[in-house]
Design a protein around this ligand. Sequence first.
Ligand code: AR6
Length: 172
Amino acid sequence: MTSIEAVLADITRFSSDVIVNAANSSLLGGGGVDGAIHRAAGPRLLEACRALGGAHTGETKLTDAFGIATAKKIAHTVGPVYAAYPQSEAARLLAECYRSSLELAEGYQSIAFPAISTGVYGYPMEAASLVAVAAIREWIAGHPTTTLQTVTLVAHSENDLRVLERALFSAP
Ligand code: AR6
């Protein structure tokens, strides 16, 4: 049985086998949670990311966690820039980020996601939370024998935590 939970935390300090990074298509770092993860993991992460050759929107690539001792792996996913797509396409791409990250976390027990695309990329938190919860639930339903025991949605503010909790209670 895989459970989904929401917490208020700094994902760079949150204990989870896999932590997800909201990266950009270069996979070479940036601001927001990406900057925080690179700072915490140290320069070896950038070296590892250089070897990945970038990623498309919705795609995810895995590296070691290097200096982040609370995680084993980092899943770098590229969320959609909200304004760059029709709304349904942005939702499809955001769901793909969650699915592709979960696929790469198979074999591990836990994965923690930040609210992908809801910062610099401008995806409204309420809508993004509903997409995230629906995509994760659908993936879990399709993978009844997954090794993943816990999927955590990490909020970076009290308000975002409330939004995530509402999505967890309201989504079908
Ligand atoms: N722990 C958990 N969540 C965090 C943390 C943290 N330490 N720091 C920020 N957040 P963003 P995006 C939340 O902008 O919108 C970068 O430059 C934040 O409150 O980090 O996908 C990349 O290189 C927000 O809810 O990612 C890309 O160019 C969420 O993480 C671009 O930003 C995502 O905000 C990606 O934009």
